[in-house]
Design a protein around this ligand. Structure first.
Ligand SMILES: Cc1ncc(C[n+]2csc(CCOP(=O)(O)OP(=O)(O)O)c2C)c(N)n1
Length: 535
C-alpha cells in the first residue's frame, strides 16, 4: 500500500530525504552552516554531498550537473549571506533555464522576532526575481510538501531555479511523508498554428532557421537536423546561445548571429521566412535598428517559453515543447528538391604559431588534439568569435556556457558537468578574469578527481571590456588590466596540477599531457592582449 507508506508519520528530515531519493536528487551541492546541520545529521549512505567552498560555486556546479543529467539538481545553501554569495549564479541558472531546487537554512522560528545571528529577513524575497517560486512554509510540517512543490515548478517549462527557506528547528518536527508524484512538463503545440507555419515554409522562396539552446535542452537535436534537411534551409545559431544548436560542421550550418540588431538583419537579409526555434527573438547586447522586423519577412517562433514568445517584438509565436513541435512540423512540410543555394560557411585558414600566442592558434591546435567525446564549457568573452571559428562543436550535448553574461559560471558548471559525465573529458576554456570569480570550484574538482582540463586564455586583463571600450570610444578607463595573477600557483595551492605555456610550440605537448591526466589539470596559456572588435 504505497499511499499509506508515503504518508506515514516521520520527521521533516526523514520525509525530505525520502522525497529527494524518490525524485532522484541524491547528489546534494552545498556549503554548510549551523542552520543546515540538522539536515546533514547522519548523512544517508546512498546520498552524495558535493562541497563547494563558496555558494557561487555551489550553485554553478549544481547548474552544470542539472544540464548534463537532464534532471533537476538540489542545492543546500547557508542562510542569508550564503544565498547572497550564490545570487550571481542563481541569476545565471534563471537565464539558463536550469531546473534547480535551492534550499537555504534559516534561524529558529522562535528567535526570528529578535533579529538573531544568521537570521534571514524576508528570506523568500531575497532571491527574487531570479527564482520561479519561493517559499518559507508557514508550518514546519509543510517543508517536505514545499520541496515537492519547488521541484515540480522547477521542472515545468521554462525550467528554472526555485527556493525554499527552512528554519533550523523545522527539521526535527513531525510531519507526514509526501508521495513522489509524476507531473508531465511537455506542452503540445497547437496543430492549426503548425499548419500555418508549414504552409509558410512550403511557399517560402528562401527560408532560414535561427536555432537556440532549447533544442539541446529538450534533446530535440535529431529532430532539428531532420527538419532543416527536409526544407534545405540554412541554420544560424541564435545570439548568445548557451548550448550547441546544430552540428557545426553540417553543410547547412550557416554560423553564429551576433547580438546586435544590424548584424542580425544583415545576416538574415533576403530570407522571406525566418523560423526561430527554441530561442528569443532576439537576445541583443547593443541597441540599434533591426530592419528585419519591418522588412516584410515572415517571422515564426516556436518555443516552450511563453515569456520569450510574449517578449518578441515581431512574428507569430507557437507555444510548444520542441521534441513535440519539431517532428510534427517536419511531417507537415514538403521536401525541397530544389534547394536555394546555401552559403557555405567559410573555414578560416590555419593560424600561424606566432609569439605572443594568438588565441586562434591555440584553439585550432585544441580542435585538432581534443578527444572526440570531450565536452567544452566556455567563459572567455572576447575570444568567443575565435572559439566559434576554430573549435567547431560537432554534436549535441558537447558545449555549454551561460545564457546571461554573468561571469563566475563556467568553471563551477564544468565541475558539475564532469561529475555527471565521469567518462568524458570536460574542457573548460576560460578567461583570466572569469577564472577569478568562482576559483574555488577547482578545489571540488580535485577532491572528486574529475577528468577536467582547464585552459586559461590569459590576456592579462578584461579583454571584452577593452574591446567594448574601443567600440564605445571610451578612453583611459581604469580597471581593465589584471597583472600579477599566477594561475599555476593558484591551482597548485588547491592541489590541482598545472603548467604555464608561453611558446606556441609547447601547446601540443601541454594538451597531450592534460589528456593523459585522470585528475584535474590547468594550463595557463599566455595569449596576446590585443583584442578584436566584438561588434
Ligand atoms: C559578474 C560579472 N561581473 C562583471 C562583468 C563584466 N565583464 C564582462 S566581460 C568581462 C571581462 C572578462 O575577462 P576575461 O574572463 O579575462 O575574458 P576576456 O574578455 O579577456 O576573454 C567583465 C569583467 C560580468 N559580465 N559579470
Amino acid at each position: 500500500m504505497t499511499v499509506e507508506r508515503d504518508t506515514a508519520p516521520a520527521s521533516v528530515r526523514e520525509a525530505v530525504i525520502e522525497l529527494l531519493r524518490g525524485l532522484k536528487m541524491t547528489t546534494v551541492f552545498g556549503n554548510p552552516g549551523s542552520t543546515e546541520l540538522p539536515f546533514l545529521d547522519r548523512w544517508p549512505e546512498d546520498f552524495r554531498y558535493v562541497l563547494g567552498l563558496q555558494e557561487a560555486s555551489v550553485v554553478g556546479m549544481a547548474d552544470g550537473y542539472a544540464r548534463a543529467t537532464g534532471r533537476a539538481a538540489f542545492c543546500n545553501l547557508h542562510s542569508a549571506a550564503g544565498v547572497g554569495h550564490g545570487l550571481g549564479n542563481i541569476y545565471n541558472a534563471y537565464r539558463n533555464q536550469t531546473p534547480l531546487v535551492i534550499s537555504a537554512g534559516q534561524q529558529s522560528r522562535s528567535l526570528l522576532p529578535m533579529n538573531p545571528f544568521l537570521g534571514a529577513s524576508e528570506a523568500v524575497s531575497f532571491p527574487k526575481p531570479y527564482v520561479k517560486w519561493s517559499c518559507e512554509p508557514a508550518r514546519a510540517e509543510d517543508v517536505p510538501a514545499a520541496i515537492a512543490h519547488a521541484y515540480h515548478v522547477a521542472t515545468q517549462r521554462p525550467y528554472g531555479p526555485t527556493f525554499v527557506s527552512i528554519p533550523f528547528d523545522d527539521w526535527r518536527a513531525r510531519t507526514r511523508r509526501v508521495p513522489v508524484r509524476t507531473v508531465s512538463s511537455d506542452v503540445a503545440p497547437d496543430p492549426d498554428a503548425l499548419d500555418v507555419l508549414a504552409q509558410a515554409l512550403n511557399e517560402a522562396q528562401r527560408p532560414v532557421i535561427v536555432a537556440g539552446a532549447e533544442i539541446d535542452q529538450d534533446k530535440a537535436g535529431d529532430a532539428m537536423v531532420a527538419l532543416a534537411e527536409r526544407i534545405g534551409a540554412p541554420v544560424w545559431a541564435a545570439p548568445f546561445a548557451s548550448r550547441v544548436v546544430f552540428p557545426e560542421e553540417h553543410e547547412l550550418f550557416a554560423g553564429f548571429l551576433t547580438a546586435a540588431p544590424e548584424a542580425v538583419s544583415r545576416a538574415l537579409d533576403g530570407h522571406d521566412v525566418v523560423l526561430v526555434v527554441g530561442a528569443p527573438v532576439f537576445t541583443f547586447h547593443v541597441p540599434g535598428e533591426c530592419a528585419l522586423f519591418t522588412s516584410g519577412a515572415r517571422i515564426f517562433q516556436v518555443s516552450a517559453d511563453g515569456d520569450a514568445l510574449a517578449a518578441a517584438p515581431a512574428g507569430t509565436g507557437i507555444l510548444g515543447s520542441l521534441r513535440q513541435a519539431l517532428p510534427a512540423l517536419t511531417e507537415r512540410v514538403e521536401t525541397r528538391e530544389q534547394r536555394s543555394p546555401v552559403r557555405m560557411r567559410e573555414r578560416p585558414p590555419a593560424p600561424k604559431p606566432d609569439h605572443p600566442i594568438k588565441a586562434e592558434y591555440l584553439l585550432h591546435t585544441l580542435s585538432r588534439l581534443m578527444p572526440r567525446e570531450a565536452i567544452v564549457v566556455e567563459e572567455a568573452p572576447v575570444h568567443r568569435p575565435a572559439i566559434q571559428a576554430h573549435l567547431p562543436i560537432r554534436s549535441y550535448g558537447a558545449f555549454h556556457t551561460m545564457a546571461s553574461g554573468g561571469l563566475g559560471y563556467s568553471l563551477p558548471a564544468s565541475v558539475g558537468i564532469a561529475l555527471a559525465e565521469p567518462s568524458r573529458r570536460v574542457v573548460c576554456i576560460i578567461g583570466d578574469g572569469s577564472m577569478m570569480y568562482s576559483l574555488q570550484a577547482l578545489w571540488t574538482a580535485v577532491q572528486h578527481r574529475l577528468k577536467l582540463t582547464v585552459i586559461v586564455l590569459n590576456n592579462a586583463g578584461y579583454g571584452a571590456l577593452r574591446s567594448f571600450g574601443q567600440v564605445l570610444q571610451v578612453r583611459d578607463a581604469p580597471g581593465f588590466d589584471l597583472p600579477g595573477l599566477d594561475f599555476v600557483a593558484l591551482a597548485k595551492g588547491m592541489g590541482c596540477d598545472a603548467r604555464q605555456v608561453t611558446q606556441p610550440e609547447d601547446i601540443a605537448d601541454a594538451l597531450t599531457g592534460a589528456w593523459e591526466c585522470t585528475t584535474p589539470f590547468l594550463i595557463d596559456v599566455c595569449v596576446e592582449s590585443a583584442v578584436p572588435n566584438l561588434y
